[in-house]
Structure formats: C-alpha cells, structure tokens
Ligand binder design. Sequence first.
Ligand code: ADP
Ligand code: MG
Length: 312
Amino acid sequence: MPSETPANAIEVSNLVKTYPGTKRTQPKEALKGIDLTVPRGSIFGLLGPNGAGKSTFINILAGLVIKTAGNVRIWGFDQDANPRHARASIGVVPQELNIDPFFTPLEAMDVQAGLYAVPKAERRSMEILSRVGLAEHANAYARSLSGGMRRRLLVAKAMVHQPPVLVLDEPTAGVDVELRRMLWDYVRELHAAGTTVILTTHYLEEAEAMCDRIAILNHGQVVACEPTPDLLARIDKKTLVLRLASPLDAPPDLGAGVNARLRAPDLLALTFSRGADSAPALVANAQKAGLQITDITTEEPKLEEVFLSLTQ
Ligand code: ADP
Ligand code: MG
C-alpha cells in the first residue's frame, strides 16, 4: 500500500498506446513509450501540437483509454494491480464537453458521486457548484447551459470525490477571458489546498504563468520535461531593443551572430546568443557604429520559442 502522501502524484514508464487501424486507416502509435513523473504538489503543464498524444495520455490516466503497454502509477497505486484506488485518486476534466442534457448540474453531481461511491453525508455538491459559479444554475436543465458553464460543470464533476490529483485537458479552449480567470482562480485555490494539478493547454502564456513544470509532447514522445524556468533558459537567445535618437533606413551590420532588425525607424532590435555576446559589448559596438541610443530594454525568451524549436 502506498503511503498517504507519495513523493510523486503520477509515475508513468514506457507507456505505449497504439490505436488499431481499420480497413481504411493504418494503426496509429499515439504514445511511443513515454516516461513521465509528476511530483506531488505541482501544477504540471502538458504541451504539444495537435495530435501529439496529450489527450491519449490523459485518457489513459482517467481509465478511459486502455494502454497498449507500460506502467502507470497514480498517487502510488499501480493502475493494473490496484485499479480502484488508482481511479479514486484522480479527477479528470475531458477535452470534449460531454454533458447529459437530461440532468441538472445538481443531479449530474449526484450521479457522479454515486459512481465514485461517495457517501451521502460526505457529498458537497452544492459547495463545489457554487465554487465554480454554478450555484444559480444548479437546478437548470443542463441543455440550457452555455459552453463555459458546461466546462465548469465538468470541473465540478471531476472534483466530486475530492481526488488528490486533478487533470484538465484543454480546460480553457473556447472559454472567454472572464471565465478563464475564474477557472484558474479555482484551480489555484485547489492547488493551494494541496491538489496536484495537470493541465494541457494550447495557450503557452497560460502554461508559462500557471505551471511550475512543463513537459512537451511531440509525435507521441516527450521532447522536454523540466521546471518552467529551466525550459525558458534553454533558449539561448536574448533580445536587446535600442531606441535611437535619429531614424534609420536599414538596420546596421553589427557583426556575425547578431541579428539586427528595425521594428520602427528609430527602434532597433538586436537578437544575440547569450553565450557568444554580452549586452554591454553590443551597446558599445552600436555606439561605435555611430548610433545615438536614447533608451535600452531587454527581452527574455518566451515559452513559445522553446516550444517551436523543440517541435519543429
Ligand atoms: P492531442 O490531444 O495531443 O491532440 P490525441 O491524443 O488526441 O492528441 O491524438 C494522438 C494521435 O492519436 C493522433 O494522431 C490522433 O489522430 C490519434 N487518435 C486519437 N484517438 C484515436 C482513436 N480513438 N482512434 C484512432 N486514432 C486516434
Ligand atoms: Mg487533445
């Protein structure tokens, strides 16, 4: 039996998923033997282009897709040896907005609590619904709910058995800004209360802001898995933006290894490799070339650049 608090919320080794082919399609190896560890207490981001295998991975954790090979431990419970404990330790918000139109949110919560054998006295359906902003709609027909409300209902359902691990597959896809903020507030609150969170998202800025660790999947393989700052540091480039006293027609040549672009006639962006050049040396060079500088800013790499360089 695992302890109450395992070191890792999720441990996956050599996970393979091959979807069988049909008469018209080839078999598809969606996961090619991946290893991933999600430390307890993290907010873990799973990124990757469409078709990378993110949903397959998450649906295997949820028990919705049967793996082809490999080992999955959830909260210390082996999914094969201890499927019930493994399942009880995780709540999953699927990518699809599947909602039974004939249940109200409150009824849907009750059905879900029943599925997870949560005793009546321990059910907190109303409390969870109000936390995701659905208190007023608790008794409305689910088919009258907007897309955003359905998404919130799915989050509420995933939390019905108060699992220590919450997984959200593209939770903010097609969700408006206000709702997104509300969702993240709730996720942060759950995280602060000790829940380990795993999410996939297309919004890199979101992952950068929310996640302390990020894994990047590409073609069914893990191409990176690191603390977010380390991943950002992988991009060796830095950009120096110089505001000039007088406008230029063309960017100056400041030597090999320095990419000079004009963002405006008086705004010169110099991208250089941190290893090779230093910002003060570049500024000195620019002045030597006759440029009169009135202001200087630097730009750090964005996750998007790391992402592109790893998945291209
Ligand atoms: P992501 O969520 O990263 O977009 P998916 O896990 O949904 O990726 O898909 C990974 C690959 O597996 C894709 O090539 C997809 O077409 C394929 N795939 C997903 N589900 C099925 C399925 N049920 N049957 C056959 N192929 C599938
Ligand atoms: Mg997906």
